[in-house]
Design a protein around this ligand. Structure first.
Ligand code: ZN
Ligand code: ZN
Length: 179
C-alpha cells in the first residue's frame, strides 16, 4: 500500500486495517473518511449516501474510536405508507481493546490480524437511530380513513368533521344505556 494512503478496503469500507496504529505511541491519531453512494452494513441494513469519519487514537488499552457517520435508509411512513429516505446519524465514542483478552467483549477487541471491522457496531448504531414510528415529514397528513387517498397529495371530500357511521351507532347505543 503506497504511503498507506488507501487503507480503506473498497469492498468492505467499514473494515479498517489498523495494524500500523498499534505500533504507534499512545496519543497518535489517524482519521478515516467515508463517502459511499450505497452500502450494505452487516447482513441486512442497506443504506445510501454514507458519509463521515472515524478518528482512531492509540491509547494504552488499544484504540479509541471517535466519529460521526450519516447515511440514508429507505423506510415506509407509518401514516401515509409512502417510502421515503430517513437520515440516520451514528455518533461513535468507543474503545477497542488490544491485545484482545478473554475478559473483553470480543466485538470490541482488535483481532490479531489488525483488521478492525466497524460493520457490527455501525449497524447497531444505525438500527438504534431508526425511528419506531417513521414519518415522511413531521406534519404528514396520512391516508383518508374513508377513501384511502394520500392526504398529502390529494384533497378528498371526506373531511375530518364527518363522523364515521360506526361511531354514530355506538353513540346511540351509549346514550340508550345511560337512560
Ligand atoms: Zn407520510
Ligand atoms: Zn377521502
Amino acid at each position: 500500500m503506497p504511503g498507506g494512503a488507501n487503507l480503506n478496503n473498497s469492498r468492505h469500507p467499514l473494515r479498517l486495517n489498523v495494524g500500523f496504529l498499534l505500533n504507534k505511541n499512545v496519543g497518535y491519531g489517524r482519521n478515516f473518511d467515508f463517502d459511499h453512494a450505497s452500502l450494505r452494513v452487516g447482513e441486512d441494513v442497506e443504506v445510501t449516501d454514507l458519509r463521515g469519519f472515524i478518528h482512531l487514537t492509540r491509547t494504552a488499552q488499544g484504540l479509541y474510536a471517535q466519529g460521526r457517520l450519516q447515511a440514508r435508509i429507505n423506510l415506509d411512513c407509518v401514516r401515509c405508507l409512502t417510502a421515503f429516505d430517513q437520515l440516520l446519524t451514528v455518533d461513535l465514542g468507543d474503545m477497542f481493546h488490544y491485545p484482545p483478552s478473554r475478559a473483553d467483549d470480543l466485538s470490541m477487541s482488535i483481532p490479531e490480524d489488525g483488521i478492525l471491522d466497524f460493520n457490527p457496531l455501525v449497524r447497531e448504531y444505525l438500527l438504534l437511530d431508526i425511528p419506531i414510528q417513521p414519518l415522511c415529514k413531521q406534519d404528514c397528513k396520512g391516508l383518508c380513513d374513508v377513501c384511502g387517498g394520500n392526504l398529502n397529495e390529494t384533497v378528498c371530500d371526506h373531511g375530518p368533521d364527518e363522523i364515521d357511521p360506526r361511531f354514530e351507532a355506538l353513540k346511540e347505543l351509549l346514550s340508550k344505556s345511560e337512560k
